[in-house]
Design a protein around this ligand. Sequence first.
Ligand code: ADP
Ligand code: MG
Length: 264
Amino acid sequence: MNILLEAVGLNKKFNGNTTVLNNVCLKIRRGGIAALIGESGGGKTTLCRVFTGLEKASSGKVLFKGKELGTLRGRSFDDCASLQYIFQDPYAALEEESTVSSVLQEPVNMCSRRGRDYMPPQEALTWAGLAGAAFLGRKIKTLSGGQRQRVSLARSLITRPDLIIADECTAMLDAQAAAEIGRIFKKLNQKLGLSFLIVTHDAQFLYQVVDYIYVLHEGAIVEAGPKDRVLNIPSAGYTREYMESMWEIEGGGLIEQDHLCQPQ
Ligand SMILES: Nc1ncnc2c1ncn2[C@@H]1O[C@H](COP(=O)(O)OP(=O)(O)O)[C@@H](O)[C@H]1O
Ligand SMILES: [Mg+2]
């Protein structure tokens, strides 16, 4: 199996005492779409930040394409370009006064300077479901939350990454905008072979987008497996609790679980 990203015994303590990540081991295969689920405060964002180099692990290793990665400062441009991160808040991630064109031009310029192949902005926007030259001239402040998140996605595509880490990137969107992002992720996975690690509380993502699920509880991975298995026959008590609470929030039972869990 071709492993893209691997966490090997990651531990993280803040301020030298509180344990936030406890011996986390995780693997994302090339071409995979994995979900990371679990309670709020369980350490999901911290883990994503360690993967992207924004946070330093207290111990353990992050391997990307077999090579150990340090924090952002120690990473090569190619490592950063290949591993992209989409943030939760589409309103904080982009400058209000910038145009879509200038947001997308920035990674183009970085790639040009370093001789890295890049995706033209128009193409990235098309993948993100924002086709049409008119979008390039739009100011960020004129866009909806869903459109902003798709601009963030387009920006992350410019460097032609291998993996995108999306941390609750649909949490602030309405159901329709969130579903659209899910369809785009799936298409990027199927057509470009792009891999994803998606932090989500959205049942639709779990049933329709991802193929593998990691469950993080109090900083430790308590369950991991193909989504059909984890969703239909969760082995950890915590996963069952989590799924039940998710169904209560979602209005429960609206999705035929067995039907949607057929291998795609
Ligand atoms: N910079 C930080 N300093 C101290 N504690 C932090 C910091 N960042 C996160 N934490 C703590 O780590 C725990 C996990 O947070 P987080 O990774 O954001 O969880 P999740 O994304 O699963 O909600 C929380 O208790 C949070 O308060
Ligand atoms: Mg979080």
